[in-house]
Design a protein around this ligand. Structure first.
Ligand SMILES: [Fe+2]
Length: 289
């Protein structure tokens, strides 16, 4: 290997991974080598530029802790998180969208029709729908797990001024696969801009804003869980999400509720507006094509 040149080094490094016993690990390491070297050959960074890139990664590590993962944000702003979601999408199921950093598995269970508004500011919005299988049948006992920002664009899990369980819940769907709760419309927010990833977004003069959205994880016994988000048609930020999470099939109107409108029952609180969204789950064991 003492005759390494710019023309032979890529093959030499790829060959160095060839004994990895795990075929998938071998493939990942070799293809990563191929694409990294191709990037260098394409961009031709100077020494100073490459040191700056390594320093950037070091600073991503320095600012990360148990509450913050700058590498996840890096994946998000390059669209990699969304590309992985899209490449693993399963035909017929509700399309996935980014999990984000603010999920916590310990949201409280609330009954059908529960009110989450409490002392939060904003119109009362009914969020309701049915969890279905790919044949259109309801899935009784499916569990929806929802979390959202308040009117200031902050999640309870990041904001010491909110009750820990504010604006997040789990709910067991009823015998017709229905879920329903009243809440407020979540406000838009920016990705964290005080770290190295924010600096890159700023230097490119890109928007740091995410449109308002509900996060959902939907689970049911015998089905593949989905991690997704719901966006709002009236929100102009839908077309410029900083992390590329929006999908047309996940955008819904929030319509005013008419006086004579039939609402799901029972509801703890009468809504001003409503948003309907049905989820579709695929059976466990069906993989992406
Ligand atoms: Fe979010």
């Amino acid at each position: 290997m003492r005759d390494i040149t710019a023309d032979t080094i890529t093959q030499a490094v790829m060959a160095s991974w060839a004994n990895a016993p795990d075929a998938r690990a071998r493939q990942v390491l070799q293809r990563l080598t191929h694409h990294l070297h191709a990037f260098i050959d394409d961009v031709h960074p100077t020494h100073a530029e490459w040191l700056a890139a390594v320093d950037f990664l070091w600073r991503c590590g320095q600012i990360s802790d148990s509450q913050r993962n700058e590498f996840a944000l890096l994946s998000d702003v390059f669209g990699v998180t969304s590309l992985v979601d899209l490449r693993n999408a399963i035909p017929g199921a509700t399309v996935g969208s980014v999990l984000g950093p603010f999920y916590s598995d310990d949201s409280p269970y609330v009954p059908f029709g529960a009110d989450l508004v409490k002392d939060n500011a904003g119109d009362v919005v009914l969020v309701t729908g049915v969890v279905r299988d790919t044949a259109g049948g309801p899935i009784p006992g499916a569990v929806i797990d929802m979390w959202q920002t308040n009117a200031t664009g902050a999640y309870a899990t990041q904001d010491p001024d909110q009750d820990d369980a504010n604006l997040r819940c789990k709910q067991l769907c009823d015998a017709a696969g229905r879920y329903a709760f009243t809440t407020v419309e979540p406000a838009a927010y920016t990705i964290p801009m005080d770290g190295p990833v924010g600096a890159v977004v700023r230097l490119a003069e890109r928007t740091p804003w995410r449109p308002g959205h509900f996060h959902f994880i939907v689970r049911a016994e015998g089905y593949q869980p989905i991690v997704t988000e719901i966006f709002f048609a009236h929100d102009p930020l839908v077309d410029s999400d900083a992390v590329f999470g929006t999908r047309q099939s996940l955008v819904r109107d929030i319509d005013p509720v008419r006086d004579d409108e039939e609402l799901p029952a029972p509801l703890d609180r009468r809504p001003d507006r409503r948003l309907d969204f049905d989820f579709t789950l695929t059976a466990a064991g069906v993989d992406a094509p």
